[in-house]
Unconditional design. Structure first.
Length: 278
């Protein structure tokens, strides 16, 4: 495969950075689509009129950015998936800025409240019926193990985000929901697997969210979601009996950091994303 367009002119300065930017632009605009194989090192070197080591450096940077994947003996492959790029970026900010668990969960409450507001305005009756089915599936998964219950809970909120019809909102909500569910699983394990204490017992509240959206009142729908998330935060922060509030919140933040380290890696490689249960 050849580079889709004539490579950008390379100026004095860090040549590899300019090649990274040129290839990055092609990937993000779709000129180099997801799954496409990049030209060989030799072909790229000839196209850009640079040395092979310069191309290798550029590919290493693109790999670290999560835009391509590489295997020994094979050409680099484009791996441009919006959710993965977003996951790596958000996880980096959370860890670098030392964002606490309460702040992350507070952001999710805002996102899901907005999603419910939009869904009440724009979702079709069929989409709302799908959200109700997701709530019912989550209820039936209770008692079938933490993994099944957590996956069903994540699906419910992914469906809510989807029917907002706002792609950016949906992408943000999907990942932060995944973080919160993964954190809930981690904290429930500290209580001997008491998933119901953290999330399972709130299933009736999720049905109220569906009812509020079906009622087509955006303000009520948003308020119902905010109330639900307040209860989630209270349960997750107070999960360890006998500890002071500050200590428990610090423990939740430590669990959050551990989950991100285990599930969101460098090079766009996000481990066990579907199960969220590491």
């Amino acid at each position: 495969m050849s580079v889709p367009h004539t490579p950008a002119k390379i100026y004095r300065g860090r040549v590899a950075d300019q090649i990274v930017e040129d290839l990055r632009e092609q990937i993000l605009t779709g000129a180099l689509p997801d799954g496409a194989r990049l030209p060989s090192e030799r072909e790229l070197a000839a196209s850009y009129d640079v040395s092979a080591p310069t191309i290798r450096e550029a590919i290493r940077v693109l790999t670290a950015m999560g835009l391509v994947t590489t295997r020994n003996g094979s050409r680099a492959t484009v791996n441009a998936q919006g959710d993965t790029l977003l996951a790596v970026s958000i996880a980096s900010v959370v860890q670098f800025e030392k964002v606490g668990a309460r702040e992350v969960m507070g952001l999710l409450a805002v996102l899901n409240a907005y999603a419910a507001e939009l869904a009440a305005e724009h979702a079709s009756d069929e989409e709302i019926a799908g959200l109700r089915a997701a709530a019912e599936a989550e209820a039936s998964a209770t008692g079938e193990g933490v993994e099944r219950s957590a996956a069903a809970l994540q699906h419910f909120f992914a469906t809510l985000a989807e029917i907002s019809h706002n792609p950016l909102l949906a992408a943000l909500s999907r990942f932060i929901t995944e973080v919160q569910v993964g954190l809930a699983v981690k904290l429930s394990a500290s209580r001997g697997g008491d998933w119901g204490q953290i999330a399972g017992a709130l299933q009736p509240e999720r049905v109220k969210i569906v009812d509020a959206i079906a009622g087509r009142d955006p303000a009520v729908a948003a308020a119902t979601v905010r109330k639900y998330h307040r209860r989630v935060v209270e349960r997750m922060i107070s999960v360890r009996k006998g500890e002071e509030s500050a200590g428990t919140e610090a423990g939740a933040t430590e669990a959050l950091t551990a989950w991100l380290r285990a599930n969101v890696g460098l090079g766009g490689q996000v481990a066990n994303r579907r199960s969220t249960l590491s």
